[in-house]
Design a protein around this ligand. Sequence first.
Ligand code: AMP
Length: 198
Amino acid sequence: MNIILLGPPGAGKGTQARHLVETRGMVQLSTGDMLREAKSSGTEMGKVVADVMARGALVTDDIVIGLIREKLAAGAEGGFIFDGFPRTLPQADALAELLAYEGQSLDRVIELQVDENVLIDRIVGRAQEAAAAGQPVREDDNAESLKTRLIAYYKQTSPLVGYYYAKGKLTRVDGLGSIDAVQDEIAIALDGSSTANT
Ligand code: AMP
């Protein structure tokens, strides 16, 4: 089963993706993680994207599509969770083509719906918690970059909600519930069962 977790920054995509990896043996493909890795290991591509990411803007479609192409070719027995990809309509079209090329398809798109004010609190809280624990704080978890990230989401990514709704793939989940409640809603969307006992 291949799924997309769609939602603005701070909606809980990464947290939910990790749970699906643990409970279902799925493979998480986070383009944000891949780009941060490229940045910290100082590759050419990492240097190109560093500034764009720090600002909170989107990197070019070609770069992220290239990253996903490589990973898809490796295959995943438990299926893929796309986390933070696609973020634009051209990326969504490219994903459909890449999956078809691998003889695969997209099963479901989960939209995590979260109020904008909660997002800002969550992200600022995440940065403060990391700082207090002496952990690295994401360079783009500051008020200015966050504003750009939210605008990028509403302008460039949110049209994907309609795109997948029209394809009959979309399930909307209330992302404001507890982590467990959101997990359960996602489980129901994926297979009609609850993960409460697992
Ligand atoms: P994330 O960890 O998903 O919040 O991504 C962090 C940053 O990486 C974003 O703000 C963008 O600059 C960049 N990024 C991640 N995924 C994509 C994508 N699919 N398309 C364009 N830029 C991306």
